[in-house]
Write a protein that binds this ligand. Structure first.
Ligand SMILES: *[C@@H]1O[C@H](CO)[C@@H](O)[C@H](O)[C@H]1NC(C)=O
Ligand SMILES: *[C@@H]1O[C@H](CO)[C@@H](O)[C@H](O)[C@H]1NC(C)=O
Length: 501
């Protein structure tokens, strides 16, 4: 789940814009264009991540992750001082998750594997069979129920021992990640056919390495965040190439990566500002993989090099992506995973943003919401379904129409069981996907974040994203379907978007 928000910009604008968190009335919809039916092969799912639901943080040999360490050492950093020690207790209660998945009739389930359950220290020498057994159980039960597993290999919970040697700032992460990925291909690749290497690299690199919002709180903005992105891209490509050469022939699966991005609009039709927004957000991760040329987006390369020289450096803070790595990364994805939540208007900055140096300073843009957009519980989440249609068409037109799976899309509120706002959000965004499909975009699946309420990083358990409510105070952690769960099931049954009753 995407958390990092453009606090500075939004903070200023929030004072001038009348931000309503009221029920939709209902400025959160999209006009249908073309066929009302999703293609027969289209897949419908829900998503979760290991640290956010599993609990059992120190059981059956699991090692500590940077999120275990962070939540234990700095409880004040979470709005409700909570952590993922127990969470939804899915490690012991997967059958309750499975019952919900069956009730929804989803065709796929996206979940992540906790690296420190497989390799407690992050290293192969610490291999933990009990962790492998747990995911075998999960995968087998999904398949027995006709639900395709879509497995995220890394979703933020880095083994703490790897952080001690620098984590994503150390190029050793590349080989350590590939060794871990091979372990998963070897153990689960006979049954898992859709692999997702990394969830949202910018969204752990930026708050973790540029700022001090996420572990490991490196706070080396404009330097370590770029290094983290560079190593994540290389680790992804190395794992992808390994799968293709050693496993593809036997296992016949797909390997991709997930980006999160907003789409950008301009009140003055400033195409250059829009392009800059797309390059610094969507493009940072996907230009190196999906563009014809490879490498980082031109606007980033040019700006960061110029700023770096001005700062008196001998080379750019953005690592050079050329030669062998550029070629290995280019084309290293069978599909693009897209997490989409919201969008912004954009214009070039009127004064320098952020600290010097930083991504904000390099970006040199102001992004802001439209005053007519409906807002959810988080200060960054506005309902903008036309942004999803826009970004899908942008990907089609700029990156060669790759296969896209929407790996996350969802709405957060206070937990109302009659969650009409969430239903409107989901319906409008699925309409955006359907419009894009009808217009030739190669989108093959849609995934709601999230199956159930869970540990929402620094928001703890105060923001609810679930189709199912989780009773966090109950020892048996009941999962109860909200109205939206019933609506999503009707969507899946009919492969259409029924009107809301
Ligand atoms: C969509 O992507 C898949 C996988 O890459 C490919 O087989 C298929 O031909 C593509 N479809 C279209 C309409 O481009
Ligand atoms: C959650 O569980 C507790 C303990 O079993 C119970 O007292 C409470 O009523 C439950 N809350 C809801 C909303 O069901």
């Amino acid at each position: 789940m995407w958390l990092f928000a453009f606090f500075a910009t939004i903070g200023i604008l929030a004072n001038t814009i009348n931000v309503t968190q009221a029920k939709f009335d209902y400025n959160c919809n999209l006009t249908a264009k073309g066929s009302p039916k999703f293609p027969d092969s289209f897949s419908f799912g829900v998503s979760t991540a290991a640290y956010q639901i599993e609990g059992a943080w120190n059981e059956d040999g699991k090692g500590e992750s940077i999120w275990d360490d962070f939540t234990h050492k700095f409880p004040e950093k979470m709005d409700d001082r909570s952590n993922g020690d127990i969470a939804a207790d899915s490690y012991h209660r997967f059958d309750q998750d499975l019952a919900a998945l069956k009730e929804l009739k989803v065709t796929h389930y996206r979940f992540s594997i906790a690296w420190p359950r497989i390799y407690p220290t992050g290293d192969i020498s610490s291999k933990n069979q009990k962790g492998i057994d747990y995911y075998n159980m999960v995968i087998n039960k999904l398949i027995a129920n006709g639900i395709e597993p879509l497995v995220t290999i890394f979703h933020y919970d880095l083994p703490l021992e790897i952080q001690k040697i620098g984590g994503f700032a150390n190029p050793l992460i590349i080989n350590m990640f590939v060794t871990y990925a091979i372990e998963l291909f070897e153990n689960f690749g006979d049954r898992v056919k859709i692999w997702n290497t990394f969830n949202e690299p910018f969204d752990y690199c930026k708050p973790g390495y540029a700022d001090a919002n996420y572990p490991p709180q490196v706070n080396a903005h404009g330097v370590a965040d770029y290094l983290c992105m560079d190593h994540s891209l290389k680790a992804h490509a190395a794992a992808y190439r390994t799968y293709k050469t050693k496993y593809y022939e036997k296992q016949r699966g797909k390997v991709g990566i997930t980006v999160s991005s907003r789409f950008f609009f301009s009140h003055t039709n400033d195409q250059e500002a829009i392009s800059r927004g797309m390059q610094f957000n969507l493009g940072f991760l996907i230009h190196p993989i999906f563009s014809k040329t490879g490498g980082y987006p031109p606007a980033m390369v040019e700006t960061i090099n110029r700023n770096s020289l001005k700062e008196g450096r001998v080379s750019s803070r953005l690592p050079k992506l050329d030669g062998r790595w550029r070629e290995l990364i280019k084309g290293s994805s069978d599909y693009l995973g897209l997490n989409y939540y919201t969008s912004r208007y954009i214009k070039r900055a009127s004064k320098p943003n952020g600290e010097n140096p930083s991504w904000e300073r390099d970006y040199d843009s102001d992004a802001y919401p439209d005053e007519t957009w409906v807002r959810g519980k988080p200060d960054w989440l506005y309902c903008v379904p036309e942004g999803l249609e826009g970004i899908l068409k942008y990907i089609r037109d700029h990156y060669g129409n790759p296969e896209v799976i929407i790996t996350e899309n969802g709405w957060s509120d206070d937990g109302d069981p009659e969650d009409d706002d969430r239903i409107h959000f989901i319906k409008a965004h699925m309409q955006a996907v359907l419009n894009a499909v009808n217009d030739g975009c190669n989108v093959t699946g849609y995934t709601v974040w999230s199956l159930l309420d869970n540990f929402e990083w620094q928001k703890g358990y105060t923001h609810k994203f679930g189709l199912y409510a989780l009773n966090i105070t109950s020892p048996s952690r009941e999962r109860t379907p909200r109205k939206s769960a019933k609506y999503y099931r009707r969507v899946i049954e009919t492969r259409t978007l029924p009107s809301i009753s």
